[in-house]
Design a binder for this molecule. Structure first.
Ligand code: ATP
Ligand code: MG
Length: 434
């Protein structure tokens, strides 16, 4: 037996997942930063499944999979890693036709296949093989050993061989990734998360474009039920699946609203609420080193979202307010919410704090001068400060919703036995809040 025959006899292809990125490929000299971040997110995502390290290969990443790894579980987790264009469970072998043929046969062994084709692709022009020749030879071997018909136009299964300088990656089932950019490559934002349909979609879009997202929810305690806050926690839990490690600020807004109500006519109230929400979120953004505020507003969707009202809200803070859904129709937002799995939670009944003490027909054209005049009769800074001090911050880890004892306390329910992860931003932290 010569050396090759010997090693072939001991042949064991290494099980792995090949991971392809798309848009990152366009980042020029910044590309390594994006690839490193993607690798970081992938390792964080897959660690609990007993997978190996993520290795950088030219133009792609490779995740080591032991024989014990539950692929459907890993596969499901990978569909939430932004930056991935597609991925596949694969076998990694030396760049040698015999090894590749064996790997291809092993790869498709458990599959029921009606027709197939082989597609060999070179990672680099300089890889010393003929892809056409490899396709024919590998295809011939599969035909001979599995008696399967080839279909070049519409095959049920495509066996792909990625030929790299020293090795080949072989796979047969390609899974689409979520696209976008790796979380953490675009900075951090503070997203205002209501219990509604729109704001989770807005936060999702920011995550998809590479932002880390800190969530901020305003609840109407003590004047409404805790339903909206519970929903916000559930929604943040789903969105955390994309970044793995989130914070949500729960801000009691009822008393501040009461102060607004006592000094202003009903028509201006919603925009005033939003200006205060923006100010408080701005303070949280500073605390969290977030560079912008995000909302789920869409132009003209409701009276508080006309162009002049959105501008009036912008004017309350210096920080930029980003509105990723600005140009979307409600129906488009709804189908995205269904696709990401937030819709069912969002449509559960609740009472948002913004619906407190507001008229059926709020003003559609708010002038900033008028709003500023109304606010000059209030102690704006003190109201913001006090509300912040009564807020709490909860940690969400790996999509696991925290038990909110805090909610039981502020909504005066009896069940206060739940374990509490809320940390009140009270006097202890008030220095950093200010
Ligand atoms: P929907 O429009 O589906 O009822 P929504 O969350 O968009 O839900 P809107 O009344 O349209 O609710 O509010 C506009 C935006 O203001 C929201 O997308 C959200 O970013 C912010 N917002 C409203 N209410 C709250 C709240 N209680 N907590 C945090 N953010 C809120
Ligand atoms: Mg809305």
């Amino acid at each position: 037996m010569n050396r090759k025959e010997q090693s072939f006899f001991n042949f064991e292809a290494a099980p792995c997942a090949v991971l392809h990125y798309s848009e990152i490929g366009l980042k020029g000299r910044n590309r390594p930063i994006f690839v490193d971040r993607l690798r970081h997110q992938l390792e964080k995502t897959t660690r609990p499944f007993g997978t190996g390290r993520v290795q950088k290969l030219p133009g792609r990443l490779l995740l080591g999979l032991g024989e014990e790894v539950d692929w459907p579980e890993v596969c499901e987790a990978l569909t939430r890693v932004f930056g991935l264009a597609y991925f596949a469970r694969a076998l990694r072998v030396p760049l040698d036709l015999d090894f590749v043929c064996e790997a291809a046969l092993k790869m498709i062994a458990p599959q029921h296949i009606s027709t197939f084709r082989v597609r060999t692709r070179k990672g680099f022009e300089s890889v010393p093989i003929s892809t056409r020749e490899w396709n024919t030879i590998i295809g011939g071997q599969i035909q001979a050993r599995r008696h399967l018909p080839v279909n070049l136009e519409m095959p049920q299964t495509t066996v792909t061989v990625e030929a790299l300088p020293d090795e080949a990656i072989v796979y047969s089932e390609r899974v689409p990734g979520p696209g976008g950019l790796p979380v953490g490559t675009s900075g951090r934002v503070a997203a205002m998360l209501s219990g509604g349909i729109d704001s989770p979609v807005a936060a999702y879009r920011m995550l998809k474009r590479g932002c880390e997202v800190v969530f901020v929810h305003f609840h109407g305690a003590p004047y409404v039920s805790r339903a909206s806050a519970e929903k916000a926690l559930d929604l943040a839990g789903i969105l955390d699946g994309y970044q793995l490690g989130s914070r949500i600020y729960l801000v009691p807004f009822g008393n501040l609203q009461k102060e607004i109500v006592l000094s202003t006519a009903p028509t201006s109230r919603v925009v005033l609420y939003r200006r205060f929400m923006a100010r408080i979120t701005d303070r949280i953004a500073t605390l969290e080193n977030a560079k912008a505020i995000v909302t789920g507003e869409s132009l003209g969707q409701v009276a508080s979202q006309t162009l002049s009202n959105l501008i009036a809200i912008d004017e309350a803070v210096d920080t930029s307010i980003l509105r990723p859904l600005l140009g979307m129709d409600k129906e488009e937002i709804v189908s995205e919410a269904k696709a990401i799995g937030t819709y069912e939670i969002s449509i559960e009944p609740d009472q948002d704090c913004c619906s407190l003490f507001v008229p059926g027909r709020p003003a559609v054209r708010s002038a900033s001068t008028h709003l500023r005049k109304l606010e000059s009769a209030m102690k704006v800074e003190r109201m913001v400060e006090q509300t912040l001090e009564e807020s709490a911050v909860l940690e969400i880890r790996r999509g696991k919703r925290p038990q909110a004892k805090y909610l039981s306390e502020v909504f005066s329910l009896e069940n206060s036995s739940a374990s509490c992860e809320a940390e009140s931003i009270g006097s202890d932290n008030s220095k950093s809040v200010r």
